[in-house]
Ligand binder design. Structure first.
Ligand SMILES: C[S@@+](CC[C@H](N)C(=O)[O-])C[C@H]1O[C@@H](n2cnc3c(N)ncnc32)[C@H](O)[C@@H]1O
Length: 215
């Protein structure tokens, strides 16, 4: 971690940071307004997240990451660009989505280049699992979308099969919104990797389905 990132964690966290606690957040209070919300899971260094937030002032963005230097970098960029519609949580995404994100509160969830855990014996460490997909589904508003990108064909197939077993989520084809390449995307492209990009939508009009229970 650079000295500037360390300083950002101390000085900018009060402005952008949200602590983890096992209780649902009041997202309206958190952002000071009611607006459609986008969650990015594992934002890395946050360059793409900050760019998206800056380009979409009518949306509110929440980023989850565990890697401190990445969070420090993201804080520096958000502050440098004067982005106001962004909040960050430093904690495991499964806990956050299960405990802090209210049911039906998100317009979309972005999962860009999740750690692929390529070895078969490590597949169980992959973030996308049936339980994770159930939490994601419950957090989306009806009609909301999960947007995934990976450069591992095997992980793309894994995600598709997990979604296939979730009766509330359906794959859709839609024009991809303009977005900045993430750091891992640029790295994969430089290595000649293909990109597997998929959008899944939470079905409309399924009342009281897919809700998480809070402890
Ligand atoms: C391969 S990197 C991709 C980063 C970024 N999305 C990109 O495309 O450049 C995966 C990121 O997910 C984060 N991550 C992995 N598991 C996580 C979890 N359970 N909760 C939050 N972040 C996680 C890692 O710290 C890492 O920064």
């Amino acid at each position: 971690m650079t000295a500037a990132q360390r300083r950002a964690l101390n000085e900018l966290w009060p402005k952008y940071g949200v602590g983890y606690a096992p209780a649902p957040l009041n997202l309206e209070d958190l952002f000071g307004r009611e607006a459609p919300r986008v969650l990015e899971i594992g934002f890395g260094n946050g360059d793409a997240l900050v760019a998206q937030a800056g380009q979409n002032p009518d949306l509110d963005f929440l980023g989850i990451e565990v890697h401190e230097p990445g969070i420090g970098h993201c804080l520096l960029e958000a502050n440098r660009q004067g982005v106001e519609n962004l909040r960050l949580i430093q904690h495991d995404a499964v806990d956050v989505i299960r405990d802090q994100i209210p049911n039906g509160s998100l317009r979309s969830i972005n999962l860009f280049y999740p750690d692929p855990w390529p070895k078969k014996r490590h597949h169980k460490r992959r973030l996308v699992q049936p339980e994770f997909m159930a939490l994601v589904t419950a957090s989306l508003e009806p009609g909301g979308c999960l947007h995934t990108v990976t450069d591992w064909p095997d992980y793309a197939e894994h995600i598709a099969s997990v979604v296939d077993n979730n009766p509330l989520m359906v794959p859709i084809s839609m024009p991809q919104p303009q977005r900045l390449r993430t750091r891992f995307e640029a790295r994969g492209e430089a290595l000649g990797h293909d990109r597997y990009e998929q959008v899944y939508q939470r079905m409309l009009n399924v009342p009281n389905a897919g809700e998480k229970e809070y402890k």
